[in-house]
Design a protein around this ligand. Structure first.
Ligand SMILES: Nc1ncnc2c1ncn2[C@@H]1O[C@H](COP(=O)(O)OP(=O)(O)O)[C@@H](O)[C@H]1O
Ligand SMILES: N[C@@H](CCC(=O)OP(=O)(O)O)C(=O)O
Length: 377
């Protein structure tokens, strides 16, 4: 069933991305009024039980201003130095303003490594989940200071889709200096029309997306379309709207027709399970006993606990995908394993309460959580 605007009211976990142009004035100084409104809206929705995550750009722009540079540096070290200066100012500003609304925030700096390396991916996910559990709003940016060129995500539009997939968000809202996707770049085509709904990202839509419209923006509409593609394929809806539009976040979450909605086609769980079943690289296997086999196969399904495991094969890391085998060696399921093969060998057949003593830490009670488990026919 295709998503309608009113369905966005049900979004529980929401990633909001703001571009440099949204939170800074044209001269690169912080736009406090805008940041204040943003923080107030996010804190208010958080108070109503939603889980909000902010992805914010602006470190370079703010750093350029603080360093008194005439323009954005062209060299990588120049940009990294500006980001190092600006990121602190950005966080200081958010921390102060969110504190006024009684909202605790956390800085999360990510690089592309967190997508490539499943161990880091899992670690990042665990940290996000813990922050959300403690009702903290994570404030995310790329770790520009250390991200090397080839290991850079490069833009926060793609970062917002990535964060949404890491935390299994329901919705991404990208706030920009433009009020959505137009049929052509509105800066060069004044008669271009706003598109309010996109069900399929066609070649024509991709062609209509040009580069950054402002001197501080990075990817323009192009990277927003890339983000929309990633999010919607992963089963996550995405809206692009204007950061200067009054109460844009609230109006979107109330189901109003604001900006452009990119509709997710796939059911998120199905997509993840499909990926697990057919896309992921199988790095090893765990053998389970009959009781465990029955438990994971019954309707609703159970997670795999250490007590049901009788064997571990291969050499894999926490976060890798593994096969689940019967004692006869038949593959009955695949799933994302929370523990490495080395750790698993220490907890075979034991109670979850013993994990910490045997492994030295306990990230999860489950070896494979049922949400990360696909049962094969
Ligand atoms: N088809 C399009 N529809 C809307 N905006 C577009 C389109 N093609 C290019 N753009 C440009 O993309 C800009 C938004 O991207 P950008 O400047 O990077 O903002 P941000 O800092 O929010 O990421 C708009 O101001 C606009 O000039
Ligand atoms: N990480 C960079 C921003 C990169 C980026 O995507 O910028 P923007 O196009 O303004 O969202 C920074 O904080 O300056």
């Amino acid at each position: 069933m295709l998503v309608e605007r009113k369905d966005l009211k049900n979004a529980k976990r929401i990633v909001v991305k703001v571009g440099s142009s949204t939170i800074t004035h044209a001269n690169g100084k912080c736009d406090f009024a805008r940041i204040d409104k943003l923080a107030r809206e996010l804190a208010d929705w958080q108070n109503q039980g939603k889980e909000m995550i902010l992805v914010t750009s602006g470190a370079v722009a703010v750093g350029v201003d603080r360093l008194g540079l005439p323009e954005k540096p062209k060299t990588i070290p120049g940009k990294q130095a500006a980001a190092a200066v600006g990121q602190g100012i950005l966080m200081h500003t958010y921390e102060k303003i969110f504190a006024e609304y009684g909202q605790v925030v956390a800085q999360v700096l990510l690089t592309r490594m967190e997508t490539i390396d499943r161990h880091r991916y899992t670690n990042a996910r665990n940290t996000f989940m813990e922050l959300l559990r403690q009702r903290v709003i994570p404030i995310v940016n790329e770790n520009d200071v250390v991200a090397l060129d080839e290991l850079k995500i490069g833009d926060n539009d793609n970062m917002s889709a990535l964060v949404a997939s890491i935390v299994d968000a329901d919705l991404v809202i990208i706030l920009s200096d433009v009020d959505g996707l137009y049929t052509a770049n509105p800066q060069t085509h004044p008669d271009a029309k706003l598109v309010s709904r996109v069900e399929e990202i066609t070649a024509e839509i991709e062609a209509s997306a040009g580069g950054a419209g402002s001197s501080v923006g990075t990817g323009g509409m192009f990277t927003k379309i890339q983000a929309a593609k990633n999010a919607t394929t992963s089963g996550i809806n995405l809206v692009i709207a204007s950061g200067s539009e009054k109460d844009a976040i609230s109006r979107i979450l109330e189901g109003e027709e604001v900006g452009t909605l990119f509709v997710s086609k796939e059911n998120r769980l199905q997509f993840r399970k499909r990926w697990l079943a057919f896309g992921a690289r199988i790095m090893g296997s765990v053998t389970v006993d009959e009781g465990c086999e029955k438990a994971i196969k019954k309707a609703g399904g159970c997670s795999i606990l250490p007590v049901g495991i009788v064997g571990v094969q291969g050499d894999f890391e926490a976060g890798n995908t593994v096969s689940v085998l019967t004692k006869e060696g038949r593959e009955i399921a695949r799933g994302l394993c929370h523990y490495s093969s080395e750790e698993l060998k220490k907890i075979i057949g034991c109670q979850s309460s013993e994990i910490e003593d045997r492994v030295g830490h306990k990230a999860f009670d489950e070896v494979i959580h049922r949400d990360d488990l696909v049962i094969l026919n």
